[in-house]
Design a protein around this ligand. Structure first.
Ligand SMILES: [Zn+2]
Length: 177
């Protein structure tokens, strides 16, 4: 949605002038978004954007920074998790982070730490390390030969893939960033 009128909604006096394009500098690298549209008021100088049909600037900038820093993107993490056949909840528990925290890695609102990024990369290449984590005392998971982590019921028996809270999610798209 474009701004309906040309009058600045902040000061009510100036006219809004279109600013095409956006650049962002990070560690000597420049992100250029030629299609980004924003506005600046001729009177108060306030800059603003009106969303909807615009580029999500936060997502673009955070992914740019991840790329420069050599960190996995949210899509990378989502794909990796799905290739392991794990839900966000089960992988979060195995990694020892909160489910909400892990969900934020995948929706892009938070960038994982370097140590988490390193660990995720190793796990992606060597999924068998999950066997070690899932097998630690107190873990509610066990790793099986079928490369799937399964939930352990309170009696110590492995449950199949039908436990409602821990259904496996090997298929499906990564709908986030
Ligand atoms: Zn203004």
């Amino acid at each position: 949605m474009r701004h309906e009128t040309n009058i600045c909604p902040i000061c009510g006096k100036g006219n809004l002038e279109i600013v095409l394009g956006y650049t962002y500098e990070y560690k000597g690298n420049t992100l250029t978004l030629p299609n980004y549209t924003s506005y600046v008021c001729s009177h108060c100088g306030q800059d603003m954007e009106f969303g909807d049909d615009n580029i999500n600037l936060d997502d673009e900038i955070m992914n740019f920074m991840r790329k420069i820093d050599g960190l996995l993107t949210p899509k990378d993490i989502c794909r990796m998790r799905k290739s392991l056949g794990l839900t966000q909840k089960s992988l979060a528990e195995i990694l020892g982070v909160g489910e909400k925290t892990f969900a934020r890695y995948e929706n892009g609102s938070v960038t994982q730490s370097r140590i988490m990024d390193n660990f995720l990369r190793v796990m992606g290449k060597h999924p068998e390390i999950l066997e070690t984590l899932a097998g630690t005392p107190g873990s509610r998971f066990a790793y099986t030969e079928s490369m799937r982590v399964k939930y352990i019921l309170s009696d110590g028996n492995l449950n199949g893939s039908t436990h409602s809270a821990y259904q496996l999610a090997a298929t499906g798209t990564c709908e986030y960033v």
